[in-house]
Design a protein around this ligand. Structure first.
Ligand SMILES: [Zn+2]
Length: 157
């Protein structure tokens, strides 16, 4: 299962985390012109916390997020769609612009990252669109633990 999402402005953290999980997620405030953002895009599942938007959108294409807490919000999405751990592709997508990132040669980023990062890391990935460079950071293990937690404890708190 490979769903894609459109998150409203109030759900920025949730949008970022769906990108961390590898899901194609457009985010309202990434667009200066509101007409460019169409949550009604047929294939996107609209994520909202706004009751009036809920009323206007066909329910099959919308998840109404109830929790204030990021972790619970993620679980709401996962449980509503019955997503499984194998549906995720962590760290495969740019957190800034939602584009797939690709592995690049270490030498090709020599001057694009701080020296101490280049010297201590061997794998780098780069966004095809905004050129942002990613490397495995100290937070990666913690992030993986959080993702693990999303799929191991199925009950909502
Ligand atoms: Zn990017």
């Amino acid at each position: 299962m490979n769903p894609c999402f459109a998150a409203e402005k109030t759900l920025g953290k949730l949008a970022k985390w769906l990108r961390i999980l590898g899901f194609d997620t457009s985010y309202e405030s990434n667009f200066s012109n509101s007409t460019a953002w169409r949550p009604a895009d047929a294939k996107r599942i609209f994520l909202t916390r706004t009751q009036s938007r809920r009323d206007k959108t066909s329910s099959s294409n919308l998840i109404f997020i109830k929790s204030d807490h990021l972790f619970e919000q993620l679980k709401e999405v996962i449980q509503t769609l019955a997503l499984e751990h194998k549906d995720t592709r962590p760290f495969s997508r740019c957190l800034q612009c939602n584009t797939a990132i690709e592995a690049v040669d270490k030498d090709s980023v020599r001057n694009a990252v701080p020296d101490y990062i280049w010297e201590t890391h061997d794998t780098f990935r780069r966004c095809r669109r905004c050129r942002k460079i990613y490397w495995p950071g100290s937070h990666t293990k913690r992030t993986m633990d959080i993702i693990e937690g999303l799929f191991t404890d199925k009950k909502m708190g």
